[in-house]
Design a binder for this molecule. Structure first.
Ligand SMILES: [Fe+2]
Ligand SMILES: [Fe+2]
Length: 448
């Protein structure tokens, strides 16, 4: 039985995965929550509003992975790096052109780059589509995680601008949810101060006051930032704990087992949205994992833990560019380094939640092999837990039977035979046996 987990602790830890996919400096969502909640208090929001604002700020980038693939196609570049830099565009043409010239076709020849830049410059109409995908998906996932319509609206309106020049709906002034107006101001402060220091952030706030940004919210933010120690607080190593300890609301919310499942399933959707080739992967690995675990006689509580571990095993893939995830041919050495890093990222993110220690272990070790030839640590034999071996077998079975950029899906019987060949070297023979038995039973025609 898992211990009960504070909702804020869970969301705060998982928000680090959203920083990865948004190409932001680690801790961006937490710092945005710190600044945004101070603005909300200054504006006199009620305690119930403050509670919803707090979660809007931490989850504002929930839809960020959903447009990653489309962004790679339009700009012919790495979505994570592009997104990180694009948030620093200040609305002026030179700043927009700077980012397009820097990123479009960055890995191509001179001629290829020129073509990519021209394509990107003609892509204005796609910008609204990219924002729409992100905001809509983010709001949907927030609802799935049982957050209120206000939280969903705050996420959906994040890219709307006070003067009506934003997207996707071109809303103006108070038509934009107050949570989104606060989140945008807090985001501008963090993105610019993290890269250029307080002066750059203040310059941006003043330049955008009344056009992109609500002037009343900017004024509240300037008052917050004028407090002694305000800028130093943003760099405090224990900011995560401070932000979570100051969670607004009358009571601390604990996630019970069912709610925990909803949050984990929501984040699995964020992971799988990154690429058409990973769509549904986390869900299917979870289903196959539970089949193997039940076949091995594990208890319902262990099966539930394993299902969560499987749903989140690839959370570190949010830090891998969709360009790499979708590459139709072999990866070059640099791209392999990026791809392989996802296991370590999964472990780091999940280890932020003490009650998820087992999930962190699975996330970090699901590409290890019994013969020690896996990654990232080259663990061997008993150094790899049974939970990890189960998820690893389910992971490979789904990878083989799913379509890949470079090949068609492999039929299940052939995939099982391929896994069987590596039993004892890559996979645990017990897990392979269990998978074969369970798969044969599940796929056998029902008795007449
Ligand atoms: Fe993986
Ligand atoms: Fe996987």
């Amino acid at each position: 039985m898992l211990a009960q987990i504070r909702l804020a602790e869970l969301i705060g830890a998982l928000s680090h995965a959203l920083d990865l996919t948004g190409g932001q400096i680690a801790g961006h969502c937490i710092r945005t929550a710190h600044i945004g909640t101070a603005i909300g208090r200054r504006l006199g929001l009620s305690e119930a509003q403050m509670h919803d604002l707090f979660y809007t700020l931490m989850l504002k980038d929930l839809g960020c992975s959903a447009n990653a693939m489309r962004m790679c196609e339009i700009f012919d570049t790495d979505d994570t790096r592009f997104k990180g830099d694009f948030r620093r565009v200040d609305g002026t043409l030179p700043s927009l052109l700077r980012q397009v010239f820097r990123h479009a076709g960055a890995r191509r020849s001179v001629a290829g780059r020129a073509k990519a830049i021209l394509k990107a410059l003609r892509a204005r109409k796609h910008a609204a589509q990219l924002v729409d995908i992100r905001c809509r998906r983010g709001a949907e996932i927030a609802r799935q995680m049982r957050f209120s319509e206000d939280v969903a609206a705050g996420i959906r309106h994040l890219d709307e601008h006070h003067d009506g020049t934003g997207r996707p709906e071109g809303l103006k002034g108070e038509e934009i949810h107050i949570f989104a107006r606060i989140a945008l101001v807090a985001q501008v402060v963090d993105v610019h101060s993290a890269h250029g220091g307080p002066k750059q952030a203040l310059r941006q706030l003043r330049a955008r006051r009344g056009n992109w940004l609500d002037p009343e919210v900017v004024d509240a933010c300037l008052a917050v930032l004028a407090q002694p120690g305000a800028w130093n607080d943003l760099k405090a190593p224990d900011l995560d704990q401070k932000v979570l300890a100051a969670e607004p609301g009358q009571t601390i919310i604990l996630a019970d087992e069912d709610y925990l499942d909803d949050i984990v399933e929501g984040f699995a959707r964020v992971i799988d949205a990154k690429s058409p080739y990973t769509a549904g992967h986390s869900d299917r690995v979870a289903e196959i994992t539970v089949m193997i675990a039940k076949e091995l006689g594990l208890s319902p509580a262990e099966c539930r833990m394993l299902r969560r571990a499987a749903l989140l095993h690839d959370i570190g893939k949010l830090g891998v560019s969709a360009r790499v995830l979708n590459k139709p041919s072999g990866l070059d050495p640099e791209e392999w380094v990026e791809m392989r890093a996802h296991a370590a990222h999964s472990e780091l993110i999940l280890a932020r939640i003490p009650a998820f220690a087992e999930l962190a272990e699975v996330g970090g070790a699901h590409h290890e092999r019994l013969d020690g030839r896996g990654y990232p640590r080259g663990l061997a034999g008993d150094e790899i837990s049974l939970a990890t071996r189960i998820v690893a077998t389910a992971d490979v079975f789904d990878a083989l039977t799913a379509e890949r950029p470079y090949r068609a899906p492999i039929p299940p019987a052939q995939a099982l035979a391929m896994i069987r060949e590596t039993a004892g070297a890559h996979h645990d023979p017990l897990c392979v046996d269990a998978l074969e038995r369970a798969w044969q039973r599940e796929s056998a025609p029902a008795a007449a």
